[in-house]
Design a protein around this ligand. Structure first.
Ligand code: FAD
Length: 490
């Protein structure tokens, strides 16, 4: 199947080289996998990405103890580089590397969770050392682009190719390799967010700066193994699931939640600003506000509630997580989104001062992002087919409510690089049975945990009580990966 054959005007058939592993997608998980393979002496690899050029895009990603432990296992050098490049909340929005003057320290390095009255129902430390002490590893925040750049720089330049959009993959059983076709379009300006946008949204097609059709070429690559790390809207997953019992899961499903946000609200009247600082921020850089009626010691269900993340720095702003139907977002202007948010805040009983803040958002600065999920619990053997294996968001993308997407992807990379290193060690590149069984072990090992994480993300049960948070934290953050990484081989 070639889903974009008509776009190509020329076919490059000079494909003699056979790579050991081609990775589709230079996001954090694809790159971590490549870095881990290099670390294990597997250098005949290539990473392909559809983006026309690597550039500053994406949001802040929190890397938590499980993700950092996995990354350290993948490659200690990658772990150190990511830590070095990360932001610290004490000087939030400034890289450790930057020499610019620091902002005054925040009063409190915590993420506060508050009810409408401004009462704290939970607080989560943002301090590396606090997490380190509790779970044997810290936490950092880093922009998606910095994470991508940091990992990319650990690979050779010729090992990572932008401007290669994978459109087709064919397992050639008689030849012992997989062929991958990519479209390259040197004049396109693809939208690097496209893989986070919905499958039915016209924005999923690359956005050209020029509306005229641009010339493109199709290039083909051969590899013993293909790692599909092409994000939640994965093309490779669509191809693998086409015509199979997993066809219904070829595209991710809407999670029921969308973000409507404005992270830069200018001209907030002093009175409102100080009121918000006093009642909600109280020195925290970030606060979640929702309809928490009870104190933290009482069970509460917040899974269906509208939640508002208030951000103090660098400018005051918010991200609303709204339980709304997908079609209420479609074709909406900034002013429509503003009206929708105000209406939903009103319906949910949010206090007036938060509605006043939202009211001040300039419509041109309001953005929206529907959240999708690709459920881990679909069927067995859904993450691989022959020599092709899915990782990261391509295997199990989800909304970011528990900040686990990249962290879980690093766990995938840890397990998979261990198993592929074994294939290399045994020189099993031509032993399809060994490959299939390695990929099945990867899925058997990772999928139950992913189901747990997705359940936590969709129901937010870890936030239902202190005890639930403690149990979840122990289960997710405290694991010892030296033991875990050895398990899939047994
Ligand atoms: C607002 C927001 C906040 C988040 N916060 C956190 C957080 O705090 N902690 C956390 O762990 N996670 C967080 N996440 C999730 C995290 O960003 C993702 O889980 C993570 O980026 C997944 O990595 P990935 O490499 O699997 O996929 P992606 O990061 O989506 O990368 C996929 C790559 O594949 C490329 N690609 C796509 N299709 C093709 C194709 N056909 N051919 C070639 N290349 C292709 C894309 O250009 C992209 O570079 C957040 C996500 C969002 C949206």
């Amino acid at each position: 199947m070639n889903i974009a054959q008509s776009e190509s005007t020329a076919q490059d058939t000079a494909i003699n080289k056979i790579y050991d592993v081609v990775i589709v997608g230079a996001g954090p998980v694809g790159l971590a996998t490549a870095v881990g393979l290099r670390k294990r002496g597997i250098n005949n690899i290539l990473v392909l990405d559809q983006t026309s050029a690597f550039r500053q895009v994406g949001q802040i990603v929190d890397l938590l103890p499980n993700g950092l432990k996995a990354l350290r296992y993948v490659d200690p050098e990658a772990y150190e580089a990511v830590r070095e490049a990360s932001l610290t909340f004490g000087d939030f929005q400034q890289s450790n590397n930057e020499k610019t003057p620091k902002k005054p320290p925040l009063a409190s390095l915590e993420w506060a969770i508050k009810n409408f009255e401004g009462q704290k129902v939970q607080s989560i430390s943002l301090d590396f050392g606090v997490w380190l002490q509790k779970y044997g590893e810290g936490r950092v925040s880093i922009s998606w682009y910095t994470l991508q750049t940091t990992l990319r720089q650990l690979l050779l330049e010729e090992q990572v190719k932008p401007n290669h959009r994978c459109i087709n993959v064919v397992d050639e059983p008689d030849y012992g390799y997989v062929q991958l076709d990519c479209v390259c379009n040197t004049s396109s300006e693809s939208n690097p967010y496209e893989h986070w946008v919905g499958p039915n949204n016209h924005e999923t097609q690359p956005q050209n700066s020029n509306s005229d059709p641009q010339p493109s070429v199709t290039k083909s690559f051969r590899a013993k193994l293909i790692v599909a790390a092409d994000g939640i809207n994965s093309t490779l997953r669509r191809i693998l699931y086409a015509g199979s019992s997993n066809q219904a899961f070829a595209v991710p499903e809407y999670s029921g939640f969308a973000a409507i946000y404005c992270t830069e609200i200018p001209d907030i009247p002093d009175e409102l600003r100080s009121h918000l600082e006093e009642k909600f921020f109280a020195g925290s850089p970030i606060v979640t506000v929702s309809n928490y009626e009870h104190t933290r010691d009482t069970e509460r269900d917040v899974s269906e509630s509208l939640r508002m993340l208030l951000i103090a720095r660098p400018s005051m702003g918010y991200v609303g997580h709204l339980p709304i139907p997908l079609d209420s977002l479609q074709g909406k202007s900034g002013s429509d989104l503003l009206d929708l948010t105000l209406q939903e805040l009103d319906k949910a009983g949010f206090p007036d001062e938060l509605k006043e803040l939202v009211q001040l958002s300039p419509p041109e600065k309001i953005q929206q992002r529907p959240y999708y999920i690709h459920r881990a619990r679909i069927s067995e053997n859904a993450w691989s087919a022959g020599r092709i294996v899915l990782v990261g968001d391509a295997a199990h993308g989800m909304p970011p409510f528990m900040a686990q997407g990249a962290n879980q992807g690093f766990e995938d990379a840890m397990v998979l690089t261990t198993l592929i290193a074994d294939i290399a060690k045994e020189n099993n590149w031509d032993n399809k049975q060994a490959i299939v069984s390695a990929f099945e072990r990867y899925e058997r090992f990772r999928r139950p945990f992913m189901e747990y994480i997705q359940q936590a993300t969709l129901t937010l049960f870890p936030h239902s009580s202190n005890q639930a948070w403690e149990e979840y934290s122990q289960k997710v953050y405290s694991r010892n990966f030296d033991e875990v990484a050895a398990t899939p081989n047994s």
